[in-house]
Write a protein that binds this ligand. Structure first.
Ligand code: C2E
Ligand code: MG
Ligand code: MG
Ligand code: MG
Length: 280
């Protein structure tokens, strides 16, 4: 009996694993044609000044709609792109798109804001990364102060090399922020030795605020960041309550569904129109 059960269990796992593997394989294959076949675009989500509610920036987020697979989340396809190496070419495309779009909006006379682009650690550590960023700036003619790169704490695994890259970016006039802060293993005191501009507090901390009523962790992150002269952005704000606590804790900037979901470029333009009554 036990042998039979064992067999069944084995085949059950086997099937499960196969389905996951087939899906992954499919994503990897389809990803290769996604940009060329115009299945990808960037969505933009505003970053808001928590005091004035003014839009002070936007984050570019990659979207993929496949004709058969439907919408595939970046949470699913970015890791596949990283594993297969495709993140390098996809990331380059994202950078160009974001810089060009931001420049276009600036030329149309909208209020100039910074666009934040997510950069995978593999991209960041790739030998041609700085060259790629330089090209995106040069080609789009975007003033580099309006580009920010969001990187995660995992760059700390290679701290000496990362510091050099960050210093080069700073020399180029490009801003950097540490995304999803608090989910990795780095401490703010170590991070502060790196030339970064902003700390983005992970949504997990924001989620907790109203549930536990414990603000001490988030307050500590905010205080320390401000003491180190870093800007602080809270991500994933969904309620007025969360916003209030964050504001009272000294957080200056926020992002989340409370203000707006990520929207496509056309829809973001209507947001820009609302904040800018006077167009040049
Ligand atoms: P992230 O950089 O931390 O981006 C924030 C994610 O939280 C986005 O998910 C955004 O849509 C979502 N979000 C924002 N506000 C709220 C909120 O109030 N509630 C909830 N529930 N979610 C909110 P998205 O677009 O699915 O992206 C997921 C992750 O995929 C990103 O996390 C980022 O790590 C990665 N990603 C997205 N686009 C790119 C890209 O162009 N390049 C790279 N390397 N990674 C990307
Ligand atoms: Mg991000
Ligand atoms: Mg984030
Ligand atoms: Mg995140």
């Amino acid at each position: 009996l036990s042998k039979e059960n064992g067999k069944n269990i084995f085949s059950f796992y086997n099937t499960d694993l196969s389905i996951a593997m087939i899906r992954k394989q499919q994503i990897e294959t389809e990803l290769r044609k996604a940009i060329q076949n115009k299945q990808m675009f960037l969505a933009y989500q505003p970053k808001v000044d928590l005091k004035t509610l003014e839009i002070v920036g936007m984050e570019a987020l990659l979207r993929w709609k496949h004709p058969e697979l439907g919408w595939v989340s970046p949470v699913e396809f970015i890791p596949v792109a990283e594993e297969s190496g495709q993140i390098i070419s996809i990331g380059e495309w994202v950078l160009h798109q974001a810089c060009q779009q931001n420049k276009r909006w600036q030329e149309q006379g909208y209020h100039c804001i910074c666009v934040s682009v997510n950069v995978s650690v593999l991209q960041f550590q790739h030998g041609k990364f700085l060259e790629t960023v330089h090209k995106a700036i040069q080609k789009s003619k975007l003033d580099p102060q309006f580009l920010e790169l969001e990187i995660t704490e995992s760059i700390m695994q290679n701290i000496i090399e990362s510091k050099e890259i960050l210093e080069s970016l700073k020399r180029m006039g490009i801003k950097t922020s540490i995304d999803d802060f608090g989910t990795g293993y780095s401490s703010l005191s170590v991070l502060s030795k790196l030339p970064i501009d902003t700390i983005k507090i992970d949504k997990a901390f924001v989620d907790e605020l109203e549930v536990t009523g414990h603000y001490s962790t988030i307050k500590a992150i905010i205080d320390l960041s401000l003491n180190l002269n870093l800007n602080v952005v809270a991500e994933g704000i969904e309620t007025e309550g969360q916003m209030k606590i964050l504001k009272e804790s000294g957080c200056t900037t926020g992002q989340g569904y409370l203000f707006s979901k990520p929207v496509d470029a056309d829809e973001f333009e209507t947001i820009l129109q609302k904040i800018d009554f006077i167009k040049i």
